[in-house]
Design a protein around this ligand. Structure first.
Ligand SMILES: N[C@@H](CCC(=O)N[C@@H](CS)C(=O)NCC(=O)O)C(=O)O
Length: 299
């Protein structure tokens, strides 16, 4: 299926040299250059540019993937296993797990919908073959690739980025890489006080400190609104959690995590335009209900 991405140039000055105004069908990932900007185009994307009077473009939409995908139903205790170790690459997920969502976003943002098959599992009614034949730790996500199964979401997003085609989601710049490591290792320290606040075990101020860390982190690189400036694996690592936290904080705790945090507000706005991420999102009401149940059961 072909999707059309309309690129319109807004703001500032007229383009110095219009490069293309004809739609192009792209067969593989490539870089398209426009006046003042460069975007990464996924395969099967029909790219159409329209030059207005002004030329500055914001390009998280460039991480869009053009493949439309019907989502398969989650497998249960009565479902047969897929043909495990038949050479296919499979990503085992649960539709509501934020850790699995990280790997799923990375797969989408690399344009790998046709290379990595999604296998959703119903964790409440888990098929026994998953633990026995696929992934003994019995958690999601896991990735079946080259006759091996690997787990741990932060390892998987790096693995998907380095072992498959598609645009690189990790910069080469050593300063950015070093900061990425700090941010990857902060993910659990970020979630802990926020979840404790939601459960009523921690003050709002403690959760606020965690969000302040994020605000400061988002101020470090100025070449874009993302953690490392441009969109990267770090954004993928945080997005499923910040998304859930924002909705629960607003609905249940009546607190706006973006108040007084303009960088976080801008990051959320940009992430909300990311097609690879949006394809993995659930209805916010469902996410809030899952947290409500979990916190009342004190899990
Ligand atoms: N550290 C793991 C955490 C994965 C995880 O806890 N996944 C949950 C679902 S959100 C799970 O599979 N739980 C099943 C269980 O613990 O039995 C990762 O980052 O991948």
């Amino acid at each position: 299926m072909t999707t059309t991405l309309k690129v319109s140039f807004r703001s500032i000055a007229p383009p110095s040299s219009p490069l293309t105004s004809r739609p192009q069908i792209l067969d593989s990932w490539r870089i398209a250059k426009f006046p003042n900007t460069t975007i990464l185009c996924p395969p099967k994307l029909r790219l159409q540019s329209s030059f207005g009077k002004k030329t500055r473009v914001s390009f998280s939409a460039a991480m869009a993937t053009g493949v439309e995908e019907g989502l398969p139903p989650a497998l249960t205790s009565t479902s047969d296993p897929p043909a495990i170790f038949d050479g296919k690459t499979r990503l085992y997920i649960s539709y509501t797990c934020p850790f699995a969502q990280r790997a799923w976003i990375a797969r989408n943002c690399k344009g790998l919908e046709e290379k990595i098959e999604l296998v959703p599992i119903n964790l409440q009614d888990r098929p026994s073959w998953y633990k026995e034949k696929v992934y003994p730790p019995n958690k999601v996500p896991s990735l079946e690739h080259n006759n091996e199964v690997k787990g741990e979401s932060l390892d998987l997003i790096r693995y998907i980025d380095s072992n498959f085609e598609g645009p690189s989601l990790f910069p080469d710049d050593p300063a950015k890489r070093e900061f990425a490591e700090e941010l990857f290792s902060y993910t659990d320290s970020f979630s802990k006080p926020v979840i404790s606040f939601f459960k009523g075990d921690e003050t709002e101020a403690a959760a606020g400190t965690a969000f302040d860390y994020i605000e400061t982190a988002l101020s470090k690189f100025e070449d874009g609104p993302f953690f490392l400036g441009q969109f990267s694996l770090v954004d993928i690592a945080y997005a499923p959690f910040i998304d859930r936290f924002q909705h629960f904080a607003l609905d249940v705790k009546k607190c706006d995590i973006t108040a007084g945090r303009p960088k976080l507000a801008a990051w959320i706005e940009e992430m909300n335009k990311n097609v690879g991420f949006n394809k993995t999102r659930r209805d916010p009401k469902e996410l809030v209900e899952i947290y409500k149940k979990r916190f009342s059961a004190r899990i």
